[in-house]
Structures are given as structure tokens and as C-alpha cells.
Design a protein around this ligand. Structure first.
Ligand code: SF4
Length: 404
């Protein structure tokens, strides 16, 4: 129990002022401030750096990180745990651990994941949320829960609940193993008969469409989606009425295509007249993700860039989406942090690959314009350090930045 007896907190502890200095020292960047002052575009010598208008920490991540620091302040003597990574950024997670907050790795069973947690402890739930069973398990333990689930994720859950209540299977465009998608999928099971199916990309959506049109057998579909469907999923029964939802951080254009393809498949199977009874869709990509994708598209459309550097954890879905937008248009380097640029080499993960590779000569000679963006889990200090390291390739420093 906390001092007041309250064990569930969703709105922080009003300790903003106390944690502000440490947050600023940890995540703020003078270089980023300077770039913003200069209109998001600046040069030092023959290197021009252009920053997307929307990038980096989103409102949900900002809030979750702040609550983690407030929790430490509020409960200085308690053991504090965190359900998985607070966000997909190794540096931020490292700093959280340095506060003495222990990150509990994912586990199939809540009993094992939270085995170390006792009633006197505090558990922080991340911005992605946690599956229903985990929340129930923690509530039963009686420990203090600090729930930082983002409002945009809660909005997706609301839609999934409606689908399940009305007899629609939630088809979730997302990675079935991602924390947020697991939590979202679990919401479908809170209504009797509720079902879900997670589709990762267009290729998987096409398999579902082919089943609906009668071109793929139920057994083949079940085999393909064995990890991604609700227990007891029956394709013949459960793909007759579909409601679309997204992991909030997927690529918007792909989500819309998946929606359209599934709508067309249901229409082919059941006829247009039945479509309103069989198909629902809400756009559940969050506005922060959308803004970042729109901003990078705008920057690409404006032209004048020689290459893109996209900063964010390699397992960050929204960062991957940003890199996927850039890669068909320009040489694109997705890097997990500033330390990936060392000497004249860059270590990056090409779009679609699971391996990091090293490249030298990645910064063309002479006048060059580098586009920059960062995923929602990348703090400004990392963006600033990347700018420093890029300029250092040409012996320049951020003090030399002037309007481009
Ligand atoms: S990416 Fe969107 S849904 Fe996820 S934490 Fe940020 S604002 Fe919330």
C-alpha cells in the first residue's frame, strides 16, 4: 500500500518540478535546440543537416519516462520493477536501470515474469500496456501499480472491445510478439467469444484474403498464424466478421492497404450489401506516429537531400516504419545511436534486414545534405550526438552551425 492506501496510479504523482532537472540533464540537447532555432536546417562547412519537423520522443513516451522518474522520487525506499523495457531505446532503459528500477524480461506466464515481485513492491507498466492476465496477476499481488499505458493505446483497446462485444474478430496490423500488440490482442478475449488475428504485413494480409475467398485451406491458415491467433481460433467461423485495428506505430500506408484488401475480400465473398455487417475499421495509428511519418515524407518531397539518417532502437516499430519510408527514395542509414558513427564508418541496419552492417564512405565527398529523423523512443540528446558525429566526419563542430 502507498501512504494513502491507493495502489493504482495512472496520472503520475505531481512531482514534475522535482524530476524536471534530471530529465533535462539526461535527455535535453542544445544542438537540437539550435537546429530548431535555425529552422530545422543548418550547415557547418559543406555539410548541411536537415531535421524533420516532427521527430523523437512522442507524448506517450515523454509521459512514461517522466512517470518512471516520479515513481523513483515518490517511493525512494521501495523496490521498483518495470514490466519490460519502458521504451525501445537502450540508452533510456540503461538510465532507468541506473535509478535502481529493475526491468523484468518478457515471459509467457505472469507467475514467472513477476515471481520476484512482492506486495510491498512497486511495478511500472510501460507505455505499450501489458496483457490483461498480467494486470490481473499484479492486482492480485497487491503491489503498487504505476500504469503509464499511453492514451492512444487505450483508444485502440476501446475499439477492440467494441469489436469483441459486437461479434467481430479483431484483425490487428502489428507484430504478434510486440508488447503493445500482445496487450491489445488480450483485450479481445475479455468478451465471450472474442477472437483476434495479428497480421504483420501485406503478404500476411493476402493469405487471410485468400482464405476468405476460398483459395487457402483453414489448416494452412492456422499453421501460418499459429503464434498470431487467439486460442481456439476457427478461420471458417472467425473470419466472417472482421474489425481492423493497428499497433499504433505501424506504417500508415500499409495499414490502409491492409484495410482495403480485407474489405475487398469480404465483399467478394459476401457481396457489397453485407459489408457493413461484416467489416469495420478505425484508424488506430497514433497521431505522434502519423506526424513523424508525414514530416519525413514532406522532407523527402521537398528534395535536396543526399541521404537519410534514421535514429532509433532496431526493435522500435515506428523507427523501422520511418526507415521504410525513406529507403526507396534515398540511401538510408537506420542507426540505433550516436555510437554507430565512428571514425569514417557507420554501423547501421538496412531496411528489412535483421543484421547490423558496417559501411565506410557513406558520407559523399563535397557538398552534402543529410536528412535526419528519429523514432518516438529516441531522446533529443541522442539526436544531438548524431549531428555532432556527422559533422566530425568533416572536422566540423556543432558550434559552427549556421542557417543553411
Ligand atoms: S508511439 Fe503513439 S501510442 Fe506509442 S507511446 Fe507514443 S504516442 Fe503513445
Amino acid at each position: 500500500m502507498s501512504g494513502s492506501g491507493q495502489t493504482y496510479f495512472q496520472k503520475g504523482f505531481n512531482l514534475k518540478e522535482q524530476v524536471r532537472p534530471v530529465l533535462a540533464a539526461s535527455y535535453h540537447s542544445k544542438v537540437v535546440d539550435r537546429l530548431k532555432e535555425l529552422g530545422y536546417s543548418a550547415r557547418a562547412g559543406d555539410v548541411r543537416v536537415k531535421l524533420a519537423r516532427e521527430f523523437g520522443f512522442c507524448y506517450g513516451v515523454d509521459r512514461a519516462v517522466e512517470y518512471a522518474y516520479e515513481t523513483r522520487e515518490k517511493f525512494p525506499d521501495r523496490r521498483i520493477f518495470l514490466s519490460g523495457e519502458i521504451i525501445h531505446n537502450p540508452e533510456v532503459n540503461g538510465r532507468i536501470e541506473a535509478l535502481g528500477i529493475r526491468i523484468l524480461p518478457d515471459h509467457r506466464s505472469p507467475e514467472e515474469r513477476y515471481a520476484a515481485v512482492e506486495a510491498a513492491d512497486v511495478v511500472i507498466l510501460p507505455a505499450f500496456g501489458v496483457p490483461v492476465r498480467e494486470l490481473q496477476h499484479l492486482r492480485a499481488k497487491g503491489c503498487v501499480l504505476v500504469d503509464t499505458t499511453c492514451g492512444s493505446v487505450l483508444n485502440v483497446w476501446k475499439n477492440v472491445h467494441r469489436y469483441a462485444r459486437d461479434g467481430f474478430t479483431s484483425v490487428i496490423h502489428g507484430k504478434h510478439y510486440h508488447e503493445e500488440t500482445k496487450a491489445t490482442a488480450s483485450q479481445a478475449l475479455t468478451h465471450p467469444g472474442g477472437q483476434y488475428l495479428c497480421v504483420r504485413d501485406l503478404a500476411e494480409a493476402d493469405v487471410v484474403c485468400a482464405f476468405i475467398r476460398g483459395d487457402v485451406a483453414a489448416a494452412d491458415l492456422l499453421h501460418r498464424f499459429r503464434e498470431a491467433a487467439s486460442p481456439g481460433f476457427d478461420p471458417g467461423r472467425d473470419l466472417q466478421r472482421i474489425g481492423l485495428a493497428n499497433q499504433t506505430t505501424m506504417l500508415m500506408t500499409e495499414s490502409l492497404q491492409i484495410q482495403e484488401r480485407l474489405r475487398a475480400a469480404l465483399q467478394d465473398r459476401w457481396g457489397e450489401a453485407e459489408l457493413t455487417e461484416r467489416f469495420r475499421a478505425f484508424d488506430t495509428i497514433c497521431s505522434a506516429t502519423q506526424d513523424r511519418q508525414d514530416a519525413v515524407l514532406k522532407m523527402l518531397d521537398e528534395g535536396g537531400l543526399d541521404l537519410m539518417v534514421v535514429i532509433g532502437g532496431y526493435n522500435s516499430s515506428n523507427t523501422q516504419a520511418l526507415a521504410r519510408i525513406c529507403a526507396p527514395r534515398l540511401p538510408t542509414f537506420h542507426i540505433s545511436g550516436a555510437d554507430r558513427i565512428q571514425g569514417t564508418a557507420i554501423r547501421h541496419r538496412p531496411v528489412g534486414s535483421h543484421e547490423e552492417v558496417a559501411a565506410s564512405g557513406w558520407l559523399p565527398e563535397g557538398e552534402v545534405t543529410v536528412g535526419l529523423t528519429a523514432g518516438a523512443s529516441t531522446p533529443n540528446n541522442v539526436v544531438g550526438e548524431v549531428v555532432e558525429n556527422i559533422l566530425a566526419q568533416r572536422g566540423r563542430t556543432t558550434d559552427e552551425l549556421t542557417a543553411a
